[in-house]
Write a protein that binds this ligand. Structure first.
Ligand SMILES: [Zn+2]
Length: 292
């Protein structure tokens, strides 16, 4: 018969809730007092990271289940207890288009960690007060949510979103930023648009004789019927967009003519890479008067 350590006898109410004393204990568990706190099982030591909110779902009366995109740990899902009410711990910082420092305990394995508090680092007032910029920002959030996988530790999706928000706030042209962001998002998902060889023969594409069909670029000899020749300037723009540093996404201005050539192509490539069309796309076209 298993003997309970004296310091947990009589069993406290919380112990009775967390385990049944009649149950045989698991091998190796006998030496440990049954005192594991119920609320945060198997948590790692607290983390503190810059993050953006990418999803928020109400839970019970006062809690939120949030998904944040962090600067160093990728996407993390957390329970924010009392977040609907506690302005002290969460202020107005736990919101879309806000950069905050998140103090949280991540779960050791799959499951929810706990968000303890957030502190506002930076907000984007010009972006959220302009409907066109806000539509682009919402699209950015949806795209990074689609490309960043939980458990994948990479800072790149965070840097992409951060660069996109900063470019919008600094007054960058929304349509140019949108395309540059989409090109970079597609390459983060492993599909290089501009550095890619011909979709049929694998030859390096020349700026002078590149054609596109759907979401694929072709050299002059492989271009299928119905494909459209694109200008050297458009190929150059695609190349520049894919090599831009995340912090200078807003520095590339895409002309109206080039946008007409590459806009639809970049979107098709994005939809193909994501495996589906982002919901934000239709609204975005409406607000930015994009007619593909
Ligand atoms: Zn070819």
């Amino acid at each position: 018969m298993a003997v309970r350590p004296l310091d947990t006898y009589p069993p406290r109410k919380s112990d009775l809730h967390s385990e049944n004393p009649q149950m045989p204990r698991l091998p190796g568990a006998g030496a440990l007092p049954a005192r594991r706190p119920r609320q945060a099982p198997l948590t790692m030591k607290p983390k503190s990271e810059a993050a953006y909110l990418v999803r928020s779902v109400p839970y019970r009366d006062s809690d939120l289940i949030v998904t944040i995109l962090t600067s160093g740990s990728g996407v993390v899902s957390l329970m924010a207890r009392g977040a609907k009410k506690s302005r002290k711990r969460f202020g107005g910082a736990l919101d879309f288009a806000k950069l905050f420092r998140a103090e949280y305990a991540a779960p050791r394995e799959a499951g929810l960690g706990t968000l303890s508090s957030v502190e506002l680092l930076c907000d984007f007032p010009k972006t959220v007060s302009d409907i066109r910029r806000y539509a682009v920002a919402s699209h950015f959030v949806e795209v990074v949510r689609g490309l960043a996988r939980e458990g994948e530790v990479s800072g790149e999706p965070f840097s992409l979103l951060d660069g996109g928000f900063r470019g919008l706030e600094a007054g960058g042209d929304p349509v140019s930023l949108l395309r540059v962001f989409q090109v970079r998002a597609v390459s983060l998902m492993g599909y290089s648009i501009a550095a890619s060889p011909c979709g049929a023969c694998g030859e390096t594409l020349s700026e002078e004789s590149t054609s596109l069909s759907g979401s694929v670029l072709y050299c002059a000899s492989c271009a299928p019927q119905g494909s459209a020749r694109i200008s050297a300037g458009a190929v150059k723009t695609l190349r520049s967009a894919s090599s831009l540093d995340f912090s200078s996404l807003g520095s590339l201005r895409i002309s109206k003519k080039t946008e007409e050539e590459i806009g639809g192509f970049v979107e098709k490539a994005l939809v193909r890479a994501l495996g589906g069309e982002p919901k934000s796309l239709g609204q975005l076209h409406q607000f930015l008067s994009i007619d593909l």
